[in-house]
Design a protein around this ligand. Structure first.
Ligand SMILES: Cc1cc2nc3c(=O)[nH]c(=O)nc-3n(C[C@H](O)[C@H](O)[C@H](O)COP(=O)(O)OP(=O)(O)OC[C@H]3O[C@@H](n4cnc5c(N)ncnc54)[C@H](O)[C@@H]3O)c2cc1C
Ligand code: FES
Length: 257
């Protein structure tokens, strides 16, 4: 797929909760092209530090492109200083998108940990048009990692929350929420994104219960174009790049370490 590198106008950059921010920029062509599960590669600095672009899942693509981020290092901290009217240098859309649920699926369960919620909103924007029963199981470390998730609810998504310390929702990892759902191998499809140990737990659960799904993987990236092989991960079919072959893979394909 053809990528566009361009400078865009920031239209909003806001803190949604103590840990997470959302940045919107005006990129009509990107909005038209992008598919759920794809990402953009963002130059976060005006100068040379950090040198490499940083990858961000596309959170939403409606009137504007939106990314959802957690300031955890130099690049994402710099992003918090962007204001309406500033510019941002973005390359995208990149990567292989999620596949849509196969025929016969009635229930879609999105399972996310922390910033792994980012690719799920655009996914729910697409899936809501197909009348699936949409469910989000979200795990955050503390209540600082939980925000209202209004846009999911507006899309008809039933949201269940767990936090490690029990400060919001159920206490424990996101897997404590598995009991809340009646999974059916014939009619349920899973999408997951989050830390590798979480996705491994989702994969184990899916394998045990005969469920199929897709996982959006993350790796540290340099080129984001499939050239440097720096983001390779191990799969049942050998090493594959997250930036080009992924981020979306069949859930049972990835060997999570
Ligand atoms: C396909 C893809 C989509 C992503 N989507 C989002 C998103 O929507 N929102 C968001 O906030 N972040 C997302 N990330 C992660 C984000 O790009 C990185 O955390 C980025 O490195 C942050 O830049 P930084 O300069 O702030 O911190 P850095 O200094 O680059 O990183 C801070 C710390 O996180 C570690 N780290 C960096 N990247 C990763 C990774 N992929 N996995 C595990 N540890 C890592 C570093 O080793 C370091 O210890 C995504 C990553 C990928 C590959
Ligand atoms: S980051 Fe270079 S191949 Fe993926």
């Amino acid at each position: 797929m053809e990528q566009i590198q361009n400078i865009y106008r920031v239209v909003n950059n806001e803190k949604l909760c103590p840990q997470f921010w959302r940045l919107s920029f005006d990129a009509p062509l990107l909005v038209k092209k992008v598919q759920p599960g794809q990402f953009v590669h963002v130059r976060t600095a005006e100068g040379l530090e950090p040198f490499f672009r940083r990858p961000f899942s596309v959170y939403r693509a409606q009137r504007y492109m939106e990314i959802f981020y957690e300031p955890i290092g130099p690049g994402t901290r710099l992003l918090t200083s962007k204001q309406k009217g500033d510019t941002i240098d973005v390359l995208g859309p990149l990567g292989t998108p999620f596949v849509l649920p196969p025929q016969g699926i009635q229930q879609v369960v999105m399972i996310s940990g922390g910033i792994g919620i980012a690719p799920m909103l655009i996914l729910s924007d697409v899936l809501k048009k197909k009348n699936y029963d949409l469910i989000l199981l979200y795990g955050g470390r503390t209540r600082s990692h939980v925000y209202p998730m209004k846009e999911f609810k507006d899309n008809g998504v039933k949201v269940h929350i767990a936090t490690d310390d029990g400060s919001a929702g159920n206490k424990g990892r996101v897997s404590v929420l598995f009991d809340k759902i009646k999974f059916n191998p014939e009619s349920t499809f899973i999408y997951t994104c989050g830390p590798n140990p979480m996705m491994k737990a989702v994969q184990d659960f899916a394998n045990k219960n005969g469920l199929k799904g897709q996982a959006a993987c993350e790796e540290v990236m340099a080129c984001a174009l499939g050239a440097c092989l720096g983001c390779s991960i191990e799969t049942k079919h050998g090493y594959k790049t997250v930036c080009y072959d992924g981020p979306a893979f069949d859930l049972d394909e990835v060997l999570f370490h």
